[in-house]
Design a protein around this ligand. Structure first.
Ligand code: CA
Length: 218
């Protein structure tokens, strides 16, 4: 299993990396928030150990970004901040667990083991609306038990709409769901993806709410 470690303090990062490697994990270690997001775009990790105080983007911003992109990777936050507010903010933004510095490497090991054990549950995350189901880990969509071939961007748009079934999603919100491909602006046109999704899923599945956006009913 591969773990992403994001820690800008060299001595601590080195110690955590060595400790996780002794536990049998492959560990990629980066030292700022932007590098963390870049690594997450290209590699599937079983979990991430994420420091809050980081250069470029801090850990809480990294967390917000990846959850907005529907990346469900288990995250263990490392925090030097001892206030309860910081921990609550971290958990609210989608962290699974946290450790306050200084911490014991044995405890870190145990927390990472617990997070990676939870992965099989994530593998089962299937959203179903009527005859349409979307499997977030297999990246597969089925309509009446038939697999529907979608591009990665179509999948992301559909995932966002299904996660928020019954709610109107603005173009901006849907574009944010395409975060991973944000550099490729032209082909991010939401209208184009909606058009393709309607062709594949039926024209009535995704409603246009004029002047506001799109939605899927429950
Ligand atoms: Ca730090």
């Amino acid at each position: 299993m591969r773990i992403l470690l994001v820690e800008d303090e060299p001595i601590l990062g080195d110690a955590v990396q060595s400790s996780l490697r002794l536990d049998g994990y492959a560990v990629d270690w980066v030292q700022d928030g932007q590098s963390a997001l870049a690594a997450l775009r290209t590699t599937d990790y079983a979990a991430m150990v994420l420091d809050i105080g980081l250069p470029k983007l801090d850990g809480l911003q990294v967390l917000s970004n990846l959850r907005a992109a529907h990346n469900a990777i288990p995250v263990l936050l490392l925090t030097a901040r001892h206030t309860i507010e910081d921990r609550i903010t971290g958990l609210d933004r989608g962290a699974d667990d946290y450790l306050c510095k200084p911490f014991d490497l044995g405890e870190l090991s145990a927390r990472v083991r617990a997070l990676t054990r939870r992965q099989p549950d994530l593998a089962q995350s299937i959203i179903t609306i009527g005859n349409l189901s979307l499997n977030t880990s297999a990246k597969q969509v089925q309509l009446d038990d038939q697999t529907v071939e979608l591009s990665a961007k179509e999948f992301s748009v559909l995932h966002d709409l299904m996660c928020h079934a019954g709610q109107v999603r603005s173009r901006g919100q849907l574009e944010a769901a395409l975060y991973d491909w944000a550099h490729d602006i032209e082909s991010n046109a939401i209208e184009v993806h909606i058009h393709h999704l309607r062709k594949k899923l039926g024209s009535q599945r995704i409603k246009t709410v004029r002047g506001m956006g799109y939605k899927i009913e429950h």
